[in-house]
Design a protein around this ligand. Structure first.
Ligand code: ACM
Ligand code: ZN
Length: 477
């Protein structure tokens, strides 16, 4: 199984999968009973047809229960495989969902690799880290809603529970916003060097579908509104928010733009607060990521409004101006019940202890240490380990360095905990899509590395037999 469960106790004896499973459910809503049982029975029928396993006639009991298990963790579950039946128990739906995924993998392995045999055993399982995330950049390339839903299904199967949706960047704005229609009219479309147009955006209904699909699976959908840098799509729609307004276009090349949102103008602050209010409503979860990465300060240095803000607020320099901006937005989002997340550059000024820091630069040790000292909660996505746009092999496709499966597996989150009080939440992999023009390429870059990601943050570490278990799951997802 991937991720590997915390405790497996093998009893001796075995159970064979017969033609029929007879289910019995307790404590589940009627909707969940049909959802999970119909899904499993249909899926198993398909497996029987697609594999060379000939299930013997007969029935086996499958009991699915929401009931006290004695395990205190909300995401915990217990599976018992007995000679005369299979049971899954969890105290909370969070745990039940994970147990269901484990059960599916157990059945898959039995049918595909063990002639329908399941060794009798008890599994008790819960995660090492609460934050087990996966990011997808839908700005550099745009992926349709069905692709995004597929992505969530992969996450669910691997017990990943935080979807970081990178929806805005220099190359495209991807969210329908009734208050600011130009964001999609202008900001969602870029002109390629050959003059063709590229782009797209998600309607509010599309986004509601993704959010509710995530909720059903226990996955929080976290939008990223990247600012004050990576904002050329915003500036193409509302150029007056730049330090020096001119005609801007969403970029059709990759890199870092010197034009960023002006932090000196009150209009920028008003715009961002109104925009974030709209986002807070569209995305009902507790988190909003507001970027903060790669914002060069040349424009702010030359901008009278930015310099006046620095002076009026008694700030030291442009880095502190960025912290001031982030803090203003954070205060605003707090009134809307949201926790702010930012890339680790937010630590270059003093962001206060509230925002969650996404540790991404290099091996991440410096930023993680700083976040821990500052008292911020933080999560790990250091590019040297967890950027899946990087190459999976020296001679493979991708950018920058190599984050091979072995390299990902070598990440030990405990190396990033510096004291008892360090608030290490977990981590995520980032999938930047400059070089992934279609969803098929995304899938190729994601697998098999995503297995290691899932195992590290569920099980605490990638276990050395992970590659063998990956081989057993081939064709499962
Ligand atoms: C980042 O990779 N710019 C967060
Ligand atoms: Zn300015």
């Amino acid at each position: 199984m991937i991720p590997r469960p915390r405790k497996i106790e093998v009893h001796g004896g075995e159970c064979f999968l017969p033609q029929m499973l007879r289910y019995q459910c307790n404590g589940l809503s009627q909707k969940d009973v049909s959802h999970y049982c119909d899904y499993l029975l249909n899926w198993l029928r398909g497996e029987y047809e697609d594999s060379d396993y000939h299930a013997p006639p007969g029935e086996l009991g499958l009991s699915l229960n929401i009931c006290p298990t004695g395990l205190a963790h909300r995401e915990a579950y217990v599976i018992d495989i007995m000679e005369d039946g299979i049971s899954l128990r969890a105290t909370w739906m969070e745990g039940f969902r994970h147990g269901f995924q484990s059960l599916m993998q157990l059945l898959y392995k039995a049918v595909r690799h063990h002639g329908g045999m399941l060794p009798c055993q008890r599994i008790e399982d819960w995660p090492a880290y609460e934050w087990r995330g996966l990011h997808l950049d839908c700005s550099r390339h745009f992926f349709g809603v069905d692709d995004v839903l597929k992505y969530l299904e992969w996450m669910e199967a691997l017990k990943l529970n935080r979807f970081h949706w990178h929806l805005t960047d220099d190359q495209g704005w991807r969210i329908e916003c009734p208050s600011f229609p130009l964001l999609t009219e202008k900001g969602a479309w870029r002109t390629n060097p050959d003059s063709s147009s590229y782009g797209g955006f998600y309607s509010r209904d599309d986004i509601a579908r993704v959010v509710s699909y995530g909720l059903e699976m226990g996955i929080e959908v976290i939008p990223e509104i990247d600012l004050p840098g990576h904002a050329m799509a915003i500036l193409s729609a509302y150029p007056e928010l730049a330090c020096i307004p001119k005609e801007f276009e969403p970029l059709s090349v990759w890199g870092i733009s010197e034009d960023i949102l002006c932090a000196g103008k009150d209009a920028t602050l008003e715009f961002l607060k109104a925009l974030l209010s709209e986002m807070a409503e569209l995305f009902p979860g507790p988190f909003i990521h507001i970027g903060g990465d790669e914002a060069p300060k040349q424009r702010w240095k030359a901008c009278p409004a930015c310099q006046k803000r620095i002076k009026d607020q008694g700030l030291k320099d442009e880095e502190e101006l960025q912290s001031w901006l982030i803090k203003e937005l954070q205060k605003h989002l707090k009134t809307l019940g949201k926790t702010v997340i930012g890339w680790d550059e937010i630590l270059d000024g003093d962001p206060g202890p509230d925002p969650i820091v996404s540790v991404w630069r290099g091996d991440g040790l410096d930023a993680a240490r700083k976040a821990a000292q500052n008292g911020n909660p933080y999560l790990l996505c250091p590019n040297q380990f967890l950027y899946f746009d990087w190459k999976a092999a020296e001679d493979g496709p991708g950018a920058f360095g190599v984050t091979s499966l072995e390299k990902v597996m070598s990440l030990n989150p405990e190396d990033y905990r510096f004291s008892e009080s360090s608030k290490l939440l977990g981590g995520q992999a980032n999938v930047w899509t400059e070089r992934m023009p279609d969803f098929e390429t995304v899938q190729k870059m994601l697998f098999p590395r995503v297995y290691a990601l899932a195992e590290i943050f569920w099980s605490g570490r990638a276990h050395p037999d992970l590659k063998e278990r990956i081989a057993q799951l081939e064709a499962y997802l």
